[in-house]
Design a protein around this ligand. Sequence first.
Ligand code: ATP
Ligand code: MG
Length: 338
Amino acid sequence: RPRVLSGIQPTAGSFHLGNYLGALRQWVALQETHEAFYCVVDLHAITVEQDPKVLRRNTRVSAAQLLALGIDPDRSSLFVQSHVPEHAQLAWVMQCLTGFGEASRMTQFKDKSARQTAGGAGDQTTAAIGVGLFTYPILQAADILLYQAHHVPVGEDQRQHLELTRDLAQRFNTRYGKTFRLPEPYIVKDTAKIYDLQDPTSKMSKSVPAGVVELLEDPKRSAKKIRSAVTDTGREIVYDPERKAGVSNLLVIYSALTGRTVESLVADYDGKGYGDLKKDLGEVFTEFVTPVQARVAEYLDDTAELDKVLARGAERARAVAAKTLARAYDRIGFLSSG
Ligand code: ATP
Ligand code: MG
């Protein structure tokens, strides 16, 4: 069976609708056809400052959500990144293969660092940005390559990082002999980029909490956010991402949550207004998320059991990761430790 690897940050505690539709839904589906490795990437989380208590809590909350959404820990290895030290070890190797200019071209770093230093100016502000935020995509490459993953289910925002991963794998293979498989991004076009409800031209994101629909917030609050989503001038419900970004985003979400095509939704809402669409979508979302929240609460009720599930996942992941790292170390010319 082909392998699949993906990760998600525990930074916000709750995942959002973009995470779910862009990535996590595919994680669940790919368990049917792939040998899956899914991780909560806590090493990535500390690229920005985290309160230790909150990070610990959010890591469990993240794992509980993955289980509640349908990740089956018997079929898939579900683990926490820091439990598998090979991630950090291979990341160092990959950093030594990455050009400074190459890393500097990563647009997500540019966006995130700009956001963190918004309001500041010059050298003073770059000092506030950790080097880890800059090298983050290289750690991500290590995450993927350790498992010799064929496919990596992610949202559109990760495409450039996947490209870097392939470049680094290719570079290592050329220099030291074939060691890593070149992974393919697995991006489902329709839901590859869910937009912020308050700003339908930018992606829904954990780090910009304005128009974000969170899986763990009170669904009443989500329904309200959906009702007050920025829509467009005019009143016709049509799918036109260029000119009607807001309504189109709502249609995509609606379609993904119900399995109905955008065309059939457009036909159904012919003659109705934005208000009707938003109200119905609020209900659709509430229906989807209510049982998920109940399951999350159950998993969090027994953190000892949850930790056990994660330990088991880490053990399985580590068996694979250690083998890949040992091979890479040997190729590089490191002495064997015995
Ligand atoms: P941050 O803004 O801190 O990077 P995030 O919201 O992007 O947070 P991640 O943990 O970085 O969350 O991403 C987890 C997965 O969700 C990735 O595969 C990413 O591509 C996907 N994803 C994130 N936001 C969206 C979105 N708006 N639409 C579709 N997929 C998304
Ligand atoms: Mg992200």
